[in-house]
Design a protein around this ligand. Structure first.
Ligand SMILES: [Cu+2]
Length: 135
């Protein structure tokens, strides 16, 4: 192998290593910025508000805590049922991204990969309302 082609080979290998390192660093940093947010379904959330009217969704931390959440694209939301009865997390958007039955102490995680507003509820206790804004 001539000196010139060896030099070329070294340059190509060095460039390939640099590109891989850059990609790897980007991958690491993108993984770092994704956050998992926790929403608790609190104990006693099966009890409706005293002044509740049928068909009304109540956005109150008594039912999903927090009931209003703003997150970034790529973030996850994990719902944990800390109540003694079964609840659901049911997305009411056209996308119907999630609809999950959660028995006591079960949890469920959704990754939000698109911007939008997701209003959700519990279909068993139709006062329980939640909102996730993905920005
Ligand atoms: Cu419920």
């Amino acid at each position: 192998m001539s000196k010139r082609s060896s030099l070329l080979l070294v340059t190509v290998v060095a460039a390939a290593i640099t590109a891989s390192l850059l990609l790897y660093t980007q991958l690491l940093s993108s993984q770092k910025t994704a956050i998992e947010h926790i929403v608790i379904i609190p104990s006693g959330s099966f009890i409706p508000p005293e002044d509740w009217k049928a068909g009304e969704l109540v956005f109150n931390n008594r039912y999903y805590n927090p009931s209003n959440l703003t997150i970034n694209v790529g973030d996850k939301v994990k719902w944990i049922n800390r109540d003694s009865v079964t609840h659901t997390v049911t997305d009411l958007s056209e996308e119907a991204l999630f609809d999950k039955i959660l028995n006591p102490h079960e949890y469920y995680t959704v990754t939000f990969s698109r911007k939008g507003v997701y209003i959700y509820m519990c279909t068993i206790h139709p006062w329980q309302g939640g909102e996730i804004k993905v920005t």
